[in-house]
Design a protein around this ligand. Structure first.
Ligand SMILES: [Zn+2]
Length: 320
């Protein structure tokens, strides 16, 4: 393992999800900056407080918090830091789009419910899912006044120089931070062991999987010498090889779905049960499977290989 992280400290924090931990990153130098925040749960707060205490600091001592993206396990405690006087930064795109998931939760929940129905989720499942989403919402402290970062911007974080790069796909407003020495703070833009979920959610950009594949290309083009990743890892050494592996995985899934559609039109829900046949997936995992299937179908639609039939629930049909 390359330990030349000089002034970057991965901080694993427990989360109640299958990955078990989210890796925050403490940037230490001329000051102290935290990247990502975990969920608002006592275990997570204690882990963060312990990690900061090892560096002689308390949460309110941070100079800034930077969020790679708005998912609960990265964003959940942002408002807690902000309430202690720490400015919270997100990509401008994330503030405009994704932040509304949590800052305007009720309308987002209703729009999401309509989107679930439109793409074939059964009513009983939707009822369970709404409870899961409401429970997650209770573990989130949205920042009131997130400050914007811009794609391509150079920033000094704790006296270290980074460039901000927009990497949509896993989330519309996902950012990564590239340090001058080629170390990438990657969030969930690329992961080891699991592939980042790519979903078509209500209000998502038109083709999240297309975005995601382009973001993998972009990351390869940055030629990072190592990446700190949001789950597992925490250090991913061969970023280029992993990016190509993930790309192949999605191409395989696109082929699988096209093969299934050759048998006749199907909804995203029906196809998600074939693409992810595992039994015993939790409600949240089943929802990720559905959203990921839909993202693949929408990508095929953008490639002109599939069309959506004008009906509810929407069935997708192979073109030609
Ligand atoms: Zn995420």
């Amino acid at each position: 393992m390359d330990l030349a992280l000089d002034g970057l400290h991965p901080l694993p924090v427990p989360i109640p999800y299958p990955m078990k931990y989210v890796n925050l990153v403490l940037i230490e130098g001329d000051g102290l900056v935290l990247v990502d925040t975990a969920l608002d749960l006592p275990d997570a707060r204690h882990a963060i407080e312990r990690g900061l205490a090892e560096r002689g600091a308390r949460p309110g001592d941070l100079d800034a918090v930077v969020l790679t993206h708005h998912h609960p396990d990265h964003y959940g405690l942002a408002g807690w830091f902000e309430s202690q006087g720490v400015p919270v930064y997100m990509l401008d795109v994330a503030i405009e789009r994704d932040h509304g998931w949590w800052s305007r939760f009720e309308p987002w929940l209703e729009q999401s419910t309509a989107h679930f129905r439109e793409h074939g989720m059964p009513e009983a499942f939707i009822a369970d899912l709404r409870e899961v989403m409401e429970a997650t919402h209770r573990r989130i402290r949205p920042p009131q006044n997130p400050r914007p970062l811009t794609d391509g911007e150079d920033v000094q974080l704790a006296g270290q120089r980074f460039t901000v790069h927009w990497t949509p796909g896993h989330a519309d407003g996902h950012l990564v931070l590239l340090r001058d020495d080629g170390t990438l703070i990657a969030g969930d833009a690329i992961l080891d062991r699991i592939t980042p979920n790519v979903g078509k959610w209500v209000g998502s950009r038109p083709d999240p999987l297309g975005d995601f594949l382009r973001s993998l290309e972009k990351i390869r083009g940055l030629e990072p010498r190592q990446a700190l990743v949001g789950h597992y890892g925490p250090v991913l050494e061969d970023v280029d090889a992993r990016a190509r592996e993930i790309e192949r995985h999605h191409k395989d899934r696109l082929r699988f779905l096209a093969d299934r559609l050759a048998r006749g039109p199907r909804t995203a829900w029906e196809l998600s049960l074939e693409l992810f046949p595992q039994e015993g997936l939790s409600t949240a995992q089943r929802r990720f499977a559905w959203a990921e299937t839909l993202a693949h179908l929408v990508h095929l639609q953008h490639l002109g290989r599939v069309r959506a039939l004008p009906e509810t629930p929407v069935r997708f049909e192979l073109v030609g």
